[in-house]
Ligand binder design. Structure first.
Ligand SMILES: O=C(O)c1cc(=O)[nH]c(=O)n1[C@@H]1O[C@H](COP(=O)(O)O)[C@@H](O)[C@H]1O
Length: 275
């Protein structure tokens, strides 16, 4: 999917919501455990109930890898289902990969070609030759961790080297990489006050913003400092949406939570004349 297609979907749906499919067998409604593939059945029900309210889905691969081959099969079925039934959705493999060049190429093939995700999250610290292999794939996007939502972000990312914070170096240096127009960046919603500085370095790039809901970040603050004329934001919520209920009504409850966030997003766009 191209960035233009994504922007078009955002305007059409009046939403820049990304729903995180962090599917945990211990948290899904117990009645699903009797089905042959509970993870997929859960995801399918959530996707069917919420797709008109969001523009992206982000399965975090840890939740699938934790269940071995069966978990990986559920991930495969989920992305196949999304690509077949809802091809307008932007898909994010939240895998946080990145390695020496030839290994990164294999990761890129696995997620972009074999699974056919639109994008993948990447840890930037092995540098240019670990990231450029991902950028060589047409119409695929690479989402670099810049300033993450967790408290550990302050251990390294905000430390200064020669007077400049490391996360700013990640943003600045990655702009020179071959294929940099396909870069997006992760900035945690809990770090909204940093967005003014971040937008000075990358005024246009899309940001994946996790951390609203369960982690306490504010959608309004993120918009205040981070929204662009083409929106430029994908705001993720995982637990806050998908685990809204543990009962038979779980998909309906997820829809309500997603609808609430979509409504807030529409307000933010309308108040800035962005629709
Ligand atoms: O790359 C991510 O998506 C990510 C980066 C970050 O800084 N913080 C963060 O929470 N995430 C992911 O975003 C999701 C957040 O989930 P909730 O807190 O349940 O909404 C999880 O899948 C995290 O792994």
């Amino acid at each position: 999917m191209t960035t233009q297609d994504l922007v078009q979907q955002i305007r059409k749906k009046k939403s820049f919501l990304c729903i995180g499919l962090d599917t945990d067998l211990e948290k899904i409604p117990p009645h699903l455990l009797q089905t042959g593939d509970p993870i997929f059945e859960f995801n399918k029900a959530i996707i069917d109930a919420t797709n008109h309210l969001c523009v992206a889905y982000k399965p975090n691969t840890a939740f699938y890898e934790a269940y071995g081959i069966q978990g990986w099969k559920s991930l495969e079925r989920t992305i196949e289902y999304l690509n077949k039934e809802y091809p307008e959705q932007f898909t994010i493999a939240d895998a946080k990969r990145g390695d020496i060049g030839n290994t990164s190429t294999r990761y890129a093939k696995a997620f972009f070609e074999e699974l056919n995700f639109d994008s993948i999250t990447i840890a930037p610290y092995m540098g240019k030759d670990s990231i450029e292999p991902f950028l060589s794939f047409e119409n695929k996007h690479t989402i670099l961790l810049a300033l993450t939502s967790n408290t550990g972000a302050f251990d390294f990312q905000t430390k200064k080297i020669d007077g400049i914070e490391l996360y700013k170096e990640v943003l600045q240096i990655s702009k020179s990489y071959q294929g940099a127009q396909k870069l997006m960046y992760v900035v945690g919603a809990t770090k909204a006050e940093y967005l003014t500085e971040i937008r000075k370095i990358i005024p246009e790039n899309f940001l994946l913003v996790p951390g609203v809901g369960a982690q306490g970040g504010s959608l309004q603050e993120v918009c205040k400092f981070g929204i662009t004329s083409d929106i430029g934001l994908l705001i993720n919520s995982s637990r806050g949406i998908i685990y809204a209920s543990k009962g038979m009504d779980f998909a309906e409850a997820a829809k309500k939570k997603a609808s609430d966030l979509q409504g807030q997003m529409q307000k933010e766009m309308e108040s800035r004349d962005l629709l």
